[in-house]
Design a protein around this ligand. Structure first.
Ligand code: SF4
Ligand code: SF4
Length: 163
């Protein structure tokens, strides 16, 4: 099973300004924070190599909807979480897709997000999904993914499941 690879596009963190909040500073580079979706508190520690980048408030000021810890990588390599090793559990487990779907000629034509929603511009796949897959109600995520893979395989598609 292939491993999910984050491309550091930053999109998932660009709507988290409301959800990751700093409760108080605990000293240089340390914060007591709250993850608002679950209400959990966590202690965040700035990555030493990213401390100066965090302190440049340009991104945070220009984009209040971004997570307070998100910054654009100055090396041009996408975006960085400045508390990467102490980010909250939700962020650690987040995958923006769990399945990739390929046409018979091996072209990637769709992805499935963690919310089981199909992201695809392929009308045939969208129709097939609505007819054959959308009603699946398995609670167990692994079993749901396997059922999707096996069902779409019968329709000629190849599905990769990501861990
Ligand atoms: S998890 Fe997905 S959306 Fe978030 S930064 Fe990585 S590739 Fe982008
Ligand atoms: S804590 Fe890090 S991974 Fe989580 S939303 Fe903020 S920038 Fe993204």
């Amino acid at each position: 099973m292939p491993e999910f690879q984050c491309t550091r596009c930053g999109k998932c963190c660009m709507h988290f300004g409301r959800y990751v909040t700093i409760e108080r500073s605990l000293g240089p580079g340390d914060f007591f924070c709250r993850f608002q979706i679950t209400g959990e508190l966590f202690r965040a520690h700035l990555e030493p190599a990213l401390r100066a980048l965090f302190q440049e408030k340009g991104d945070a000021t220009a984009h209040p909807e971004w997570c307070v810890f998100l910054r654009k990588d100055t090396g041009g390599n996408g975006f960085v979480c400045t508390i990467h090793h102490t980010r909250p559990p939700y962020c650690r487990g987040f995958r923006c897709y769990s399945l990739k779907i390929f046409s018979p000629d091996s072209t990637e034509i769709g992805k499935v997000g963690g919310n089981r929603a199909l992201l695809s511009g392929d009308v045939d796949l969208v129709r097939c999904w609505q007819e054959k897959v959308a009603s699946f109600a398995e609670r167990d995520e692994a079993r749901w993914r396997e059922r999707v893979r096996d069902t779409l395989a019968k329709e000629g598609y190849r599905v990769e499941i990501y861990t």
